[in-house]
Ligand binder design. Structure first.
Ligand code: SAH
Ligand code: SF4
Ligand code: F3S
Length: 476
């Protein structure tokens, strides 16, 4: 083994990527002969987190290299591909529903290819169910074989057989895949993949493999490309970005990476997600504070305010540790906007413990919260725990929590009234009204200026009308 291979055990070798490019050429020839003079169209829909969206952009890049164009209309598609999510039961139910709904199209057009990929497919029980009960699905592939899409399509087109490719793997890193990005202002930039944390409720470590970091050179190259391409809002992605660099045998960590991205020339804003409180260090918060381009926004999921529940969740911190991090972050960045994720009704959680979650929310006063009712994921530790509280009861707790957060969010946006913010104008909310985000990630809407296109650039907006979750304003 070479020294390079030792340092980056996950990297897909260049020869393999060359082989896939050859397959892409073969597939293109086949598709051209079938669809000439037009091009086959792909309908691709991604569910789930930004990491999955970033995968979807690479999947679309590869499909374009196979000769596909793209459509938002399933009726016009020669390929329907769902890039799925498994985080909660509801996410999976939606996919089954959508797949059932496209069966009709397959009957009308036998050449149509229906394909499923992503986290949900990485679970053997799901792949088996698709194999047995959804015979009209042509292709199923997991999260570790995106770079092999050309070969999988070649197999499907030349054998006519269904393709199931879901290797169990610690995961790979495939650099230099083509990317077809969804937006032109905001860009996703994965810095690491996988998760080693095994929070007891979570399916991600099972479907995404072990933590592995991209080489900093690869990340910085992609960041420079984004900046050169006019992207103004770059989000560094990982399930736990604070683990960045741990598997690289080099002097690099997430704080250093953040500083290096910040040093790239150009006017742009840097965001990142997600940070895990157990690995969130003062060094990282200091790096944020030092870096002018890094947004004054920290997404730091706390999940629960009860130490007993946090322990049962295997989160590796206490409510006190979380609060001390928040205090430190605010001491170095007084304007910091903090958002979080929280789970209501973890197995065995009592109402008293739930009230600890409410107290933590009161104490931190988050800008916004992503709130979830616990959903058992087969194969995880929490799915086997006693869960005596009824769904209705959890629903009442959930409402109590969202009411509290609504009040806090309303008070926070009310305090923005009359103040001016630097805003990246992302596009139109509706005719005549632009929207964008503050550095703290609050959505802001404002009337467009006459005779000037300011989308994709920074501007200053004064808040005139705070609503609860967004604010309205006017250009300064
Ligand atoms: N890596 C991120 C979270 C990714 S999943 C982190 O650790 O913060 C996004 C959110 O979904 C989690 O923060 C959690 O709040 C929620 N979630 C994950 N599994 C869940 C489950 N089984 N039931 C309910 N919510 C869940
Ligand atoms: Fe899931 Fe925990 Fe990993 Fe986040 S850190 S992806 S919640 S296991
Ligand atoms: Fe869903 Fe997979 Fe992301 S389970 S939340 S798409 S990592």
């Amino acid at each position: 083994m070479t020294a390079k291979a030792e340092k980056t055990p996950y990297r897909v070798p260049a020869e393999e990527l060359d082989r896939q490019r050859e397959y892409a050429g073969l597939v293109r020839t086949i598709l051209t002969s079938v669809y000439e003079p037009s091009e086959p169209l792909a309908f691709v829909h991604t569910y789930g987190c930004q990491g999955n969206v970033a995968d979807g952009e690479r999947i679309k890049g590869i499909l374009a290299s196979l000769g596909y164009g793209f459509t938002d209309d399933v009726e016009k598609a020669s390929l329907i591909l769902y890039n799925t999510c498994a985080i909660r039961e509801h996410a999976e139910d939606r996919i089954y529903g959508n797949v059932g709904a496209v069966k009709r199209l397959k009957r009308e057009n036998p050449n149509l290819i229906i394909a499923l990929c992503g986290c949900m497919m990485q679970q053997p029980r799901v792949a088996e169910k698709i194999r047995a009960s959804y015979p009209f699905v042509d292709m199923v592939f997991g999260t570790h074989v995106i770079h092999k899409i050309p070969e999988l399509f070649y197999r499907r087109l030349t054998t006519g057989k269904r393709v199931f490719e879901i290797p169990d793997s610690d995961g790979v890193i495939a650099e230099d895949l083509p990317v077809r990005r969804d937006g032109s202002v905001k860009g996703w930039l994965p810095v690491m993949y996988g998760c080693n944390n095994f929070c007891s409720y979570c399916i991600v470590p099972y479907v995404r493999g072990r933590e592995r970091s991209r080489e900093p050179e690869d990340i910085l190259r992609e960041a420079r490309e984004l900046v050169a391409g006019g992207y103004k809002d770059i989000t560094l992605l990982g399930q736990n970005v604070n683990s960045y660099g741990k598997n690289l045998d080099r002097d690099v960590d997430f704080a250093k990476l953040l500083r290096a991205v910040n040093d790239i020339d150009g006017d742009f804003i840097i965001r990142f997600m997600t940070s895990h409180p157990k690995d969130c260090t003062p060094e990282l918060l200091d790096a944020m504070a030092d870096c002018r381009k890094v947004a004054r926004h920290l997404h730091l999921p706390f999940q629960s305010g009860s130490d007993r529940v946090l322990k049962a969740m295997n989160r590796g911190y206490t409510a006190e540790k979380y609060l001390s991090l928040i205090d430190y972050a605010r001491s170095v960045m007084p304007e910091l906007s903090i958002t979080s994720d929280v789970i209501v009704g973890f197995p065995g959680e009592t109402y008293e413990e739930f009230k600890d979650t409410l107290s933590l929310i009161e104490r931190v006063r988050f800008t916004s919260l992503y709130t979830f009712i616990f959903s058992p994921r087969p194969g995880t530790a929490a799915a086997k725990m006693e869960d005596p509280v009824s769904r209705e009861e959890k629903g009442r707790w959930f409402k109590e929590l969202t009411d509290l957060q609504e009040r806090i969010a309303g008070e926070r946006t009310a305090a923005m009234k009359g103040r001016e913010y630097r805003v990246l104008c992302e596009g139109y909310a509706r005719e005549g009204v632009l929207n964008g985000r503050t550095s703290g990630n609050v959505m802001i809407e404002f009337p467009e200026p006459a005779g000037r296109d300011i989308t994709g650039g920074f501007c200053t907006v004064r808040v005139t009308e705070p609503l609860t979750w967004i604010v309205r304003g006017e250009l300064v």
